[in-house]
Design a protein around this ligand. Sequence first.
Ligand code: ATP
Ligand code: MG
Length: 605
Amino acid sequence: MRLSQMLFVTLREDPTEAEIPSHKLLLRAGYIRRVASGVYAYLPLMWRVLQKVSQVVREEMNATGALECLLPQLQPAELWQESGRWNTYTQAEGIMFALTDRQDRELGLGPTHEEVITSIARDLIRSYRQLPLHLYQIQSKFRDEIRPRFGLMRGREFIMKDGYSFHADESSLKQTYAAMDLAYRNMFTRCGLAFRAVDADSGAIGGSGSQEFMVLAEAGEDEVLYTEDGNYSANVEKAVAQPPAAEPSPFTTYEKRATPGTETIAKMSEFLQCSATQIVKNVLYEAVYDNGMAVLVLVSLRGDQEVNEVKLQNELAKLAGQYGGTTLLALKVPDAEAQSKWATKPLPLGYIAPDLSDDYIQATKTLTPKFLRLVDQTAIDLKDFATGANESGYHVVGANWHTHFPLPQVVDIRKAKVGDRALHDASQTLQSARGIEVGHIFQLGNKYSKAMGATYTNEQGEEVPLVMGCYGVGVSRLAQSAVEQSYDKDGIIWPVAIAPYQAIVVIPDVKNAEQVQAAETIYTDLTQAGVETLLDDRDERAGVKFKDADLIGIPYRIVTGRSLQQGKVEVVIRATHVAQDLALADVVPTLKQWIAQALSGSAAA
Ligand code: ATP
Ligand code: MG
């Protein structure tokens, strides 16, 4: 392709809308244009990258026997009502764009496709003989993300590969899940990414086991906790570990102490001369269920620990039935204004005990009259601990569960953190890294098939729900994360496998016929040899062309400059800036060899 004929516009300055390097570079280099918040146009160079990524994904999926299809983006509300996710997706997570058509029917723009695929499986899968089956598609998804940002990293319209598998039993699901684990590793390796597979929270998609694939980069929105021995890694949302052991308590008798001005754990531990590990802190939340019912939640945990709100949400979602709901709509920390709506008198904030009286709650039709009391595992082994006295300016010390406070419902809701001891080996401590989630694979089980009545007849002639798995790759996010992992001060350094073009032939001076002639020949020869090549034939200064070639990140640059006199051209490797002169006849074979080598190797070239 000739640059002079492409819509090729690069920007010298960093666009103000972009915060992270990959976003700035893709905008500057003319790969993408923002059309609305979280909505981008993929310009021709970007589209080539996306198609290359898609092709790698497709090849690896096809190799496992999965079949490509294309499902509708416009989805009827009924299907989502059947699975019970219409409310969660249009209200709680609020992530689905919903609309009403001219016949007054409600529809959603697909954020994911479990419902659609399950309805198809329900109609078409009858017998175990048709199983297992795995269908996938590569398509734009729509999600009304609350904070779209970082360009393609978190868009409201983005490209995803999503696959759904159907099985007769768990062991068949596990086989496909393992095959997907491998296929994903192959895809990301082929795309030149440094990544890590981690245990993950299954979120609103549901199901049991799930694993995410994280591209390691500082700009990543996710935190990954892992051990050096390579035996454990998890998204912090999911991570489990043992916190440092609690220090022995300095308190021997149970008593109430005046502790003025000690609303925080730090002040309290200083005042009482005890470690935060000997304090039970009590944190207030408000949970709202889909039937409109609200519940005040009092979470007790060790003073040095934090609540993992994802784990808390999961626990609260499990309790929905207890409050007449089916799903959790929202989890909030009630601020002063929210408290004033239900508190019968001012709360002893900073001095709350696990047994804070239910009398504080002014119950209504939509507010449960009792606190839901939960205690994190880390707090239940404490002896002679300090905690609030339910009175401003006072704490109690030397307290014990059962003796002084009834033990609330025990749950795991602490946030694992750096320095924690690993469960598999206490000598291993957790380390932290930032990651960009590019893929997520789930063992769904029968959550959707049961809800939507998707059954098959097994070998015994019984009709049972299908067992399902689902597998996503963020194609557009992956493409940008490759840039986030591979750039320098001059621009993008594409891994060869997903570069929009493999080579760029630059004519330093288009008025020099010899240079033009040589470049045209090389361009034609490379193209004919199957090397995807750009020709910079623009009437621009050589310096501008070199800068642009670096910026757009094409792996190999060929310059028909001074060395033509010796029958040679200069060839520059983008990643290293290493330049060498090659005889004209050697250009095609050398590049073909380099490219073949880069495509067969694992790392970014
Ligand atoms: P996240 O936690 O980042 O919001 P998710 O858990 O909601 O992601 P999935 O529903 O598992 O994501 O979607 C599959 C893949 O699609 C993700 O692994 C990610 O790579 C990609 N993806 C999800 N949301 C977005 C988005 N808003 N923009 C771009 N890619 C996305
Ligand atoms: Mg999401």
